[in-house]
Design a binder for this molecule. Structure first.
Ligand code: HPA
Length: 272
């Protein structure tokens, strides 16, 4: 059961440390970390100072909540996210999303690095997530439900906002940004996939595979937020093109896609 008292306590602390309540939150995954440089009038809060907040452990992921304006729009940005493979429970790793909802945030932008399964994808492509498959064998909403927060059986027929996908495609076209779109399959990690697993996931209907985003999207939809998510394709799980995967290569590929990722999000935010 989600702990409403803890959620409220964290939200209150954040509220007392930011000048206004934004409508949009952005979770920075690999490939979008540099968005922080684009934020004006920054107010940065360390996760470790926020009551009840988890603290991140992965290299390449920072651990601060940043309030500021992006292209003139107030946003709350998570620089550093929590993954299931780090050992957090699903409820703990989605705690920031619960707090965002309590703060009145209605729109969530998520980003991640993912392995490409679709043979037409290239490394450093950006993929709009149009839907997901939860293969994590877990769910942040397991356990007794708090009917005041959301429904026992949440609808997932439009996990990723069709409206936002449409807007993002338009923005990408206007700015000449190459975009792919497709289905993201969420796995626990921390191993990258075997060739047989990549193949199986593609047969299941996925275009990209990664170790995040799915729990956050489930929580956000449960709480009534609109979700938009992007993957940077950092390696290829396509038969014949599979190379040894490493975190370093993933970060390098994510870095290559970063300027376009930043441009897309920066131009999208005022239109949301
Ligand atoms: N598999 C799972 N997660 C990932 C991958 C991958 O190939 N690349 C980046 N994150």
């Amino acid at each position: 059961m989600l702990d409403i008292e803890k959620i409220k306590e964290s939200a209150l602390f954040i509220e007392q440390n930011i000048p206004s309540r934004p409508e949009i939150a952005i979770v920075l995954g690999s490939g979008l970390g540099g968005l922080v440089e684009e934020i004006q009038n920054k107010k940065e809060i360390n996760y470790k100072d926020i009551p009840n907040f988890p603290v991140s452990t992965v290299q390449g992921h920072r651990g601060t909540l940043i309030f500021g304006t992006l292209n003139g729009i107030p946003v709350l940005v998570m620089s550093g996210r929590f993954h299931y493979y780090e050992g957090y429970s699903m409820q703990t790793l989605t705690f920031p999303i619960q707090v965002f909802s309590q703060l009145g945030i209605k729109k969530l932008i998520l980003s991640n690095a993912a392995g490409g399964l679709n043979p037409s994808f290239d490394i450093a492509d950006i993929m709009i997530i149009t839907d997901h498959i939860n293969l994590m064998a877990n769910n942040p909403l397991l356990g007794p439900n708090n009917d005041q927060l959301g429904p026992r059986f949440p609808d997932m027929s439009e996990a990723y906002s069709h409206r936002m996908v449409k807007l993002a495609k338009k923005v990408a076209e206007q700015h000449n940004i190459k975009l792919q779109h497709g289905i993201y399959i969420g796995v626990t990690g921390p191993c990258y996939e075997t060739p047989a697993e990549y193949h199986a996931f593609h047969i299941l209907g996925a275009d990209a595979v990664g170790m995040s985003t799915v729990p956050e999207t489930i929580m956000a939809r449960y709480l009534g937020m609109e979700v938009f998510a992007l993957s940077v394709i950092t390696d290829l799980g396509v038969l014949g093109q599979i190379e040894k995967a490493s975190h370093e290569e993933v970060l390098n590929a994510a870095h290559k896609a970063e300027p376009n990722m930043i441009k897309l999000v920066k131009e999208l935010v005022p239109q949301l």
